[in-house]
Design a binder for this molecule. Structure first.
Ligand code: NAP
Length: 213
């Protein structure tokens, strides 16, 4: 997890320097292609779920649930004993979110129900009626939170992932224990980076697009 910098450098290079204090060992039971999908998606999901301050009896909705962050959030919520409704953009993704541990899959927000907490990974979650009055919403998209949602929420915030090496170590251990599943949708060599971008932009992914160097 090493974001692009102003000078154009970032993770897409064969060698880079990164403070050792930010590192955690990769899981040992999966290859590095799979391991590469863990840090950003898992830490993003984990930190957003923590911000939602969930209790076991909370009704939680995750939007973009078939995506990388959403799919990780389903699994982490299940580990925490929270029942999750999973909102996906297309009906054919419903089996995938059930498989990850969602209690109920939804492709139509109108029939999804009412929730104490919403974790929005899809962006522009403009269905205020799905959040109960006084509920909590955390989004990891950059989009503006609709006013109607803000007005009924006790908490409606953006959350941005932070390095958390100790937690990443624990998440790696959960992968090795078989508790968290990693998902690679497609892999591309670096010389096909344009194709990788086009594939990512096309959407309908069930997992990460991985670029291999
Ligand atoms: N704040 C942070 O720190 C942070 C960190 C990491 C990522 N992010 C952001 O988090 C978002 C998710 O990342 P990701 O890696 O999980 O992307 P992803 O794998 O592409 O997942 C996004 C998911 O949202 C679905 N979606 C789109 N519109 C939807 C809708 N109206 N209803 C339900 N589902 C919908 C997509 O489905 P289809 O593709 O099938 O339409 C896809 O499954 C991105 O915006 C990313 O930039 C933020």
């Amino acid at each position: 997890m090493n974001p692009p910098r102003q000078d154009g450098s970032g993770s897409w290079q064969q060698y880079l320097t990164i403070p050792t204090a930010l590192l955690a060992p990769a899981p040992e039971t999966v290859d590095l292609i799979n391991a590469a999908t863990l840090p950003l998606a898992a830490l993003t999901a984990d930190q957003a779920l923590k911000r939602l301050d969930l209790h076991a009896d909370d009704r939680l909705l995750i939007t973009g649930a078939a995506g990388s962050v959403g799919g990780m959030a389903i699994q982490l919520a299940a580990i925490a004993g929270v029942r999750t409704a999973a909102l996906v953009s297309r009906r054919e993704h419903e089996p995938a979110v059930l498989d990850l541990g969602a209690a109920s899959p939804h492709s139509n927000p109108a029939t999804a129900g009412k929730f104490d907490a919403i974790f929005d990974t899809a962006g522009v979650f403009n269905h205020p009626e799905l959040l109960r009055e006084g509920g909590r919403l955390v989004t990891v998209s950059d989009d503006t939170i609709p006013v109607a949602l803000e007005e009924r929420a006790a908490l409606a915030v953006h959350n941005y992932v932070q390095h958390a090496p100790q937690r990443l170590r624990e998440l790696s251990a959960l992968v090795d224990a078989g508790t968290i599943r990693l998902r690679v949708a497609e892999q591309y060599p670096l010389n096909r980076i344009e194709d990788a971008h086009r594939r990512a932009e096309a959407g309908s992914l069930l997992g990460k697009v991985v670029v291999i160097m």
